[in-house]
Ligand binder design. Sequence first.
Ligand code: ZN
Length: 311
Amino acid sequence: MVVFAYAGQSLNRANVPQREGVKMSDEVIRSDKEWKELLTPLQYKITRKKGTEAAFTGKYHDFKGQGLYQCLCCGNELFSSQTKFDSGTGWPSFSDVIAEDRIEKIPDHSLLMTRTEAACYRCGAHLGHVFNDGPKPTGLRYCINSAALKFAVGNKKSQTATFAAGCFWGVEAAFRKIEGVNSTAVGYSGGDFRDPMYQDVCSGKTGHAEAVEVMYDPEKVTYEKLLKAFWNMHDPTTANRQGPDFGSQYRSAIFFHNDKQQKAAIKSRDEFQANLNRPIVTEIVPVTVFYKAEEYHQRYLEKRGAKTCGP
Ligand SMILES: [Zn+2]
């Protein structure tokens, strides 16, 4: 089955990009009778019979919790609260998925319209539709039925860490390999230039660093472990420079989100410094606005099957 993918290429089950070290979701196949038994009548109608809940009636359209949204039917992690936005439509709306292999996009010609259906890649559940009128940088609006989702609570807590360590493509790829990292986004932070584009940041005049926002499950990976990975993935002793990339946008920085992170970052820096001859120049500063980068920068190396930023 041919499926739409917004990166401009078509995806099907055989060539969906696989995250390194992560097994692609196993398919969940159940009979119609089994689904009927497992789900409430409303959940069944929506997820298995492509139904739609009435606007403003679902439990997540106005919900603002921080965490992950899973497929109700199979637990597949689909959306992060980071990308949820208020669309005013009465349905939960997201501008992006956690990873491209989570959702299948299928042309839907029902109701005398041409729309794109969003279905769970693992179990085929109907989730809702995807429209092209979402916010930047994806421009997409995943309009999803609350009844098809399960918000991940309890041990699925999610916390955010933000780092800059040179070209964000490689930094993002390195963090995504760590178990317990639920989702990532690359963007621009630390400067004072509103809504920057990549070209603006490349000029080195925006004050922004290329940064990566990491959402992680603190029960699976600690902030300290993320810090350790951060020190080891770049050279924190070169001011405004990583290898061939130079300019303040490539500076090394830890953008902490709370006092606990600040203390852990300082402690970790001092420990790592003991192994080095030159002083660490990494900034440890409070996080400010994080401007998500253009879609083509997100999971850049993963989309290209590349291992490093180099040519
Ligand atoms: Zn599913």
